[in-house]
Write a protein that binds this ligand. Sequence first.
Ligand code: PLP
Length: 835
Amino acid sequence: MSSPTRPTRNCPNDATFDLPPLSLAPEGIAGDFKHYYVHTLGRDRDCHSDYYAYQALAATLRDRLMERWRATRQAYDEARCRRAYYLSLEFLMGRILGNSLLNLGIEETAAQGLEHLGLAIEEMAAVEPDPGLGNGGLGRLAACFLDSCATLQLPVRGYGLRYEYGMFRQVIDNGHQVEEPDHWLRDGNPWELERPEFTQRIQFGGRTQTHRDPQGRIRVSWVDTHDVLAVPYDIPVPGYRNDTVNTLRLWKAAATDEFDLDEFNAGSYPESVAQKNAAEHITMVLYPNDASENGKELRLRQQYLLASASLKDVLRDWVRLHGQDFSRFAELNCFQLNDTHPAVAVAELMRLLMDEHGLEWDEAWAISRQTMAYTNHTLLPEALERWPVRMFRQLLPRLLEIIFEINARFLAEVTLRWPGDVDRLRRMSLIEEGHEQQVRMAYLAIVGSFSVNGVAELHSKLLREGLFRDFYEFWPERFNNKTNGVTPRRWLAMCNPGLRELLNETLGDAWVCDLEQLGRLIPYADDSAFRDRWQVIKGANKARLADHIKELCGISFPPDAMFDVQVKRIHEYKRQLLNVLHIIHLYRRIKQGETADWTPRCVLFGGKAAPGYFMAKLIIKLINNVARVVNTDPATAELLRVAFVPDYRVSLMEIIAPGTDLSEQISTAGKEASGTGNMKFMMNGAVTIGTLDGANIEIREQVGDDNFFLFGLTAAGVESLRGHYNPNGLIASDPALREVMNLLESGHFNRFEPGIFDPIIHSIRNPHDPWMTAADFRSYIEAQERAASAYRDHERWVRMSILNTAHSGRFSSDRTILDYNRDIWRLEHIRPQRR
Ligand SMILES: *Cc1c(COP(=O)(O)O)cnc(C)c1O
């Protein structure tokens, strides 16, 4: 049998590809569905698993994507156009079926076709596992970007890893987070297309040696390596009703066909087979850390596998179209690095161009420097990636040599500009000295690229003035801002069909790809009939959310109450703790009978903690304990409910955002780079309570101060308070905070678990608390009171809700991608030929 990696001469001729277009009509869709269900899947009348109906529908849609996919590839090839590649260790795509129906424009017709067969699409869509190949905002941003690139018909390909196990499934047991493995590929993945013919070989370990080539030039080769194969799996990314289907290419690690002969001869046959397993481990699991690095060797292997396989893939394509002439490579290619995770690509591109394609250092460096662009996602010091030089030397010896040379040449440039400034050299070096030398990946990314961007105005400013200040002084032209956005297809049109219909009826449907059109809603905020319809839709979305919460948590959320929601990764800087303190404050008021003019409130939390992050897990436990006390106390009936929804993920957010009234964006100012959850909520008509942090600032600028509940210190205020922050003084002088702390410290929420919350109490009372929770308490509860009284004025609240949606146009990822394209990628829009 011939292997798919070794094509035979017997290829089908052009007639094979001459196919009539597939039908998008109800009968056509139903016909294909029947074919897949009965003939391909072999199911009978007595099959009662709904998985097969999902599979048959997925295959039906996939065929229709396949047609457009091929036409898109062909259009890009023929145009010989400039292309961009989005390199990311995470793509948090969410379910694909519903999005394919929406983007192909066949939601209605498919529903009609399947109705005759007794099937409801919504239930079929819910069968799809939610591919959790990302931690949170960074991975979801990559997914929104791919949707926008396809919708804008830009030749951009995503490159990532095909983790066998995605983000863990979160179960709550007695209030504690328990992690369960997410084997999302168990039943296969109908959306992927394996491409073994594009397999790449990736080197690890070994050593380098120099030799002279036939021209007498010194060349380096990397030898005695332990190689791993990277096998690509392609996922189609359809644009919105435009015949474009772009590609997300995910690499799976696999063993080579070779055998370790030494071990084999020594008689350890099972051991050498077991070695093969080690290769596959590289893409076995996504690291579940959000905003913190963890320095594990396997993670560096993942990063290198992604960088190397993707670059080799692009170079292979280049050589196919242009031969070994790289003179136009930089003109026609651009790599966007999603954080420093794929930053080793800077050194890998140098290696490939020099060692495998024979370029000289200067030529290779000019190309690398003109093709790489880097996006920073965080200012938190614990998230800045550093790899021990020792580990680098062992795993990627050739790459380390190249990094050392990049550094030596770079430091020589710095010396020319600032002669004698030794401290500056030490600060800017790609190698951090110390008891263990480390490679600073962010500096490698900056030095090796032509663009460095932050993800919101404030964040980009803090990068220039703080973290990357020395580099900004050196190369100010390299720095820019690209405020994040989210795709209005998934985050409005798909997840909120009620609102979509109202918007279509009111504005026409152009807003889906031109979100600034939502601005035309502004006058309708004063139209009481329109407000009534808005409220009916919000009410239905709240009822749908309440049903889910009832089912998942067993807690009833009455839909008339204010739905107050904080869903995001659990992290101290995001300050779920501040929200809990407010709940305790409300609970205490209820217990003391201070309930005049009360606004009934249902507070929802959701989010995962990194499995090794002790404080984050303890915060989950506190939320659940407080929820238990509040929900079981008869005094709170009708007034206050608290729930923690387990396993927060994309498909849950699709139900949560449309049903939210108040969006909690309460991070310590200067810590949240942008936030994107804030944008999804705003689009769906939630009002934000938030600090002046990340994109909240731009959200408030758009919607106006009257339609945003602002509180807390500014980023500058936080910094100037450091050193003389006195939480115990604040607690002593604020009666409300004092009583909240008393309740917490009295063990009221941990009657049978003495002392468990002590670390939390100490963190609040610690003068070195980096998150300054106590500093913002007073201002927060006052903002919450303003929100509560605004909610009681129904007319006012609905106006605010409408105005939030109306001003959310700027936060479409289409705008973000057009910004990237204008300033960094400079790609032409390419329209595939309609057949
Ligand atoms: C949008 C989103 C995030 C990011 O939320 P932030 O509030 O910006 O941290 C994280 N996880 C999921 C599942 C999301 O959909």
